[in-house]
Design a protein around this ligand. Structure first.
Ligand code: ACO
Length: 335
C-alpha cells in the first residue's frame, strides 16, 4: 500500500488588481461594506486583453508545481482539473492543460465541485495513488469568475466576493508511513443546490428558448447566492468535517499546526478559528488580497503558506472547504 504526498506547489494570478474602490465606480458599493462583511480588500480580475483563461492560468500554475516537484511533464500520469468556470461548456479544462503543456496522452478528469473542488480532487488523486494505479498526479484548481459576474448594482451581493486565479499541486507516490495525505472526508447535500448556483443556460432551457424569450432582465446567467443561508450552513459543515478528519486520525484540535480553510469569507474563517481555539499563526487567510477564488482558493493559500515557510516537515496541515451543491470536505496532511 502506497501513501501520497504533495511534492510540488504553484499558483498563478492575473496581473489586473481590482480594489473595492474600483468596484464602487461601477456599482453601488463601498470599501467599508465589503471589508466589514467579507474581509476582502482587493481581488484579481483577468484583463480580457491579456489572453488569460481558466485553462491558461491552470497551465501556468502547473508548470511551476511540476518544476518544484523535480519531475518532468512526462513523469505526470494523470491530470485532475477542478473549476466551476471552464473555458468552454465542454470539454473541460484538464484536456486543455494536457495540450498546452504538451504532455503525453495521459488521462484528464474534470471535477465540478465548486469551492470544494480542490478537496475532492486531492481525495481522488490520493485514492488513485493508494491503489497503485498512478505515481504522479497533477491536481489543478482554477477560476475565471470575472468573465461571468454581473458587474452592476444588481449583482453586487455576489460580484464583490469573487476573484480569479489558479493553483496546482503535484501529488506523488510515497513509501513513508504516516506521512502525506492521511485522510479525506467528502460530503454533499443536494437539496440546497439552488441556494448557490448558476442556473442558465441549462439543458432544460437551451439556446432556442433563450433567444425566443430575449428577456433583458433574465438573471439566470449570473451566479445566485443566498448569502446568509450559505453562511449559516458553512460554519456548521466546516466544523463538522474538520472534526471528522481529526477523529478518524485520532487527533485533537491542538494537534493542528496549520488550518487552511477555503477562502469563502474572512468572517467564516474567523468563526472556525474561534471554534477550534486556534492562534492567528495556525490559520492561513489570504482572502483580503484575492477574494474568493473557489476551486483555486485552497491551493493558492497552501502554496503561499509553504512559500512563506509556514509549513515545516511533519506539520499537521488541515484543509477544509464548503461550497455550492452544497458540498464540503476536509483533507488532513502530515507534511
Ligand atoms: N455593497 C453594498 N451593499 C450591499 C452589497 C454590496 N456589495 N451587497 C449587498 N448589499 C446590501 C443588500 O442589498 C442589503 O441591503 P438592504 O438591507 O437595503 O436590503 C444589505 O446590504 C444587506 O445584505 P445581506 O445580503 O443581508 O448582507 P449580509 O450581511 O448577509 O452579507 C454576505 C452578505 C457577505 C454575502 C454574507 O451573507 C456572507 O458572507 N455569506 C456567506 C456566503 C459566502 O461566504 N459566500 C462566499 C461564496 S460561496 C462559497 O465560497 C461557499
Amino acid at each position: 500500500m502506497y501513501n501520497s504526498k504533495i511534492t510540488g506547489l504553484g499558483y498563478y494570478l492575473p496581473e489586473n488588481v481590482v480594489t473595492n474602490d474600483d468596484l464602487s465606480k461601477i456599482m453601488d458599493t463601498n470599501d467599508e461594506w465589503i471589508q466589514e462583511r467579507t474581509g476582502i480588500k482587493k481581488r484579481r480580475w483577468i484583463d480580457p486583453k491579456s489572453g488569460d483563461t481558466t485553462s491558461t492560468m491552470g497551465a501556468k500554475a502547473s508548470e511551476i508545481a511540476i518544476k518544484r516537484s523535480g519531475l518532468n511533464k512526462e513523469d505526470i500520469d494523470f491530470i485532475i482539473f477542478a473549476t466551476l468556470s471552464p473555458d468552454m461548456y465542454f470539454p473541460g479544462g484538464g484536456v486543455r492543460v494536457q495540450d498546452m503543456l504538451g504532455m503525453p496522452t495521459i488521462g484528464a478528469l474534470d471535477v465540478r465541485n465548486q469551492c470544494s473542488g480542490f478537496i475532492y480532487s486531492l481525495s481522488v488523486a490520493d485514492q488513485f495513488i493508494k491503489t497503485g494505479m498512478y505515481k504522479n498526479i497533477l491536481v489543478i484548481g482554477s477560476e475565471n469568475h470575472s468573465g461571468g459576474l454581473e458587474k452592476s448594482t444588481r449583482g453586487r451581493g455576489v460580484t464583490v466576493i469573487f476573484g480569479d486565479g489558479a493553483g496546482a499541486a503535484v501529488v506523488s507516490r510515497s513509501k513513508e508511513k504516516n506521512k502525506g495525505i492521511l485522510s479525506s472526508h467528502l460530503h454533499s447535500e443536494g437539496k440546497h443546490a439552488r441556494e448557490l448556483m448558476l442556473d442558465g443556460p441549462n439543458t432544460g432551457r437551451w439556446v432556442p428558448e433563450i433567444l425566443e424569450d430575449n428577456d433583458p432582465n433574465d438573471e439566470s446567467y449570473y451566479p445566485y447566492m443566498n448569502g446568509q443561508f450559505v453562511f449559516k450552513n458553512a460554519v456548521v459543515r466546516f466544523s463538522e468535517v474538520i472534526n471528522e478528519g481529526l477523529k478518524a486520525n485520532e487527533l485533537e484540535k491542538d494537534d493542528i499546526d496549520l488550518l487552511i480553510p477555503h477562502q469563502a469569507n474572512l468572517r467564516i474563517a474567523q468563526f472556525i478559528q474561534r471554534k477550534f481555539q486556534l492562534s492567528d499563526e495556525k490559520v492561513y487567510n489570504n482572502i483580503m488580497n484575492y477574494g474568493n477564488t473557489t476551486a483555486a482558493s485552497i491551493i493558492i493559500a497552501l502554496t503561499e503558506a509553504w512559500e512563506q515557510g509556514k509549513i515545516k516537515d511533519n506539520d499537521l496541515v488541515v484543509l477544509a472547504a464548503f461550497g455550492a451543491g452544497f458540498t464540503w470536505g476536509s483533507v488532513i496532511i502530515r507534511w
